[in-house]
Write a protein that binds this ligand. Structure first.
Ligand code: ARG
Length: 281
């Protein structure tokens, strides 16, 4: 018996890889318009509460040994805290987003400037609408690419050409889960967790075939933004409520779920992953 336990533990031993992230302080956070079903401008929001919650996430990354760079928030861009949407960065190549809605359009030049100033040499402003890692999730060998609400389908071809890696298109059908990163999280190379009902039937089949061992999350977990999680290969940062609901599924596989309360930012339809852009290479 004891031997089995030791084996199980060593089989499940996950190693974190230290990452570099880009984040944006929610100094000007507010909900003044509605571009997804979570946003209700009549509900009061507090930038101070948002900032305090965001800081918990930021400090958790630093405590785990990750390197966090910051982009200066711009007045009048209340959604800029969702840095995941600014770009997709793989192997030193930066594809800067082009936003669907006018309210967020000016975030793109701010990200473009940040990357150029920070010395990244392969920076390309996307021609077609894509909202960075909102819809483009890198599994380590390919990009899972969402569409249905935000990204233009032509952005999938643009990403394939720019990064030179396969892009697998997935269609989202539930307006609450309007970005791929609200319905699917990459936990490790080729390992994912997702909420099947957020996807069209053919995309559900594709995911089941490609990722037979994936964690399938239930509706209550998805509804508290539990799929908007950031994994470093071992630690999975996600909403506190989602840890209560889905934490055991992650622990069984050797992951360490860490709950962060980002309920203020959820009023804009975002959570841990949305606040985090990974800088790869
Ligand atoms: N209010 C923002 C929007 O609707 C939230 C973006 C959340 N970001 C994300 N990666 N899902 O655009």
């Amino acid at each position: 018996m004891a031997q089995t336990n030791v084996e199980q533990i060593s089989n499940n031993n996950r190693t974190a890889r230290s990452r570099r992230f880009l984040m944006c302080r929610p100094t000007y956070f507010d909900v003044t318009y509605s571009i997804n079903p979570w946003m209700d401008p009549s509900v009061p929001t507090s930038a101070d509460t948002g900032l305090a919650q965001w800081k918990q996430l930021h400090d958790a990354y630093v405590a785990l040994g990750h390197d966090v760079a910051l982009i200066e928030p711009v007045p009048g861009l209340p959604d800029m805290v969702f840095a995941a949407n600014g770009a997709t960065v793989i192997d030193g190549k930066v594809l800067v987003a082009r936003f669907r809605h006018a309210q967020r359009a000016d975030e793109a030049p701010a990200y473009l400037d940040w990357f150029r100033t920070a010395g990244w040499s392969q920076v390309h402003q996307a021609e077609y609408i894509n909202e960075g890692e909102g819809d483009f999730l890198y599994t380590g060998s390919e990009i899972l690419a969402g569409c249905g609400f935000r990204s233009d389908l032509r952005a999938h071809d643009e990403a394939r050409e720019f990064f030179g890696i396969p892009v697998v298109g997935l269609t989202l059908v539930d307006p609450r889960f309007y970005h791929l990163d609200t319905a699917l999280a990459v936990l490790g190379p080729g390992e994912i967790m997702y909420y099947p009902e957020a996807f069209a039937p053919d995309s559900q089949r594709l995911l089941a075939e490609r990722f037979p061992d994936a964690i399938q999350a239930d509706e209550p977990t998805a509804a508290v933004f539990g799929l908007n999680a950031l994994s470093d290969g071992r630690h999975v940062l996600m909403p506190e409520r989602a840890v209560e609901l889905a934490g055991s599924q992650l622990r069984e596989r050797g992951f360490v779920p860490i709950g962060i309360d980002l309920t203020e930012l959820l009023k804009a339809g975002g959570n841990a992953k949305c606040c985090t852009l990974e800088l790869r290479g």
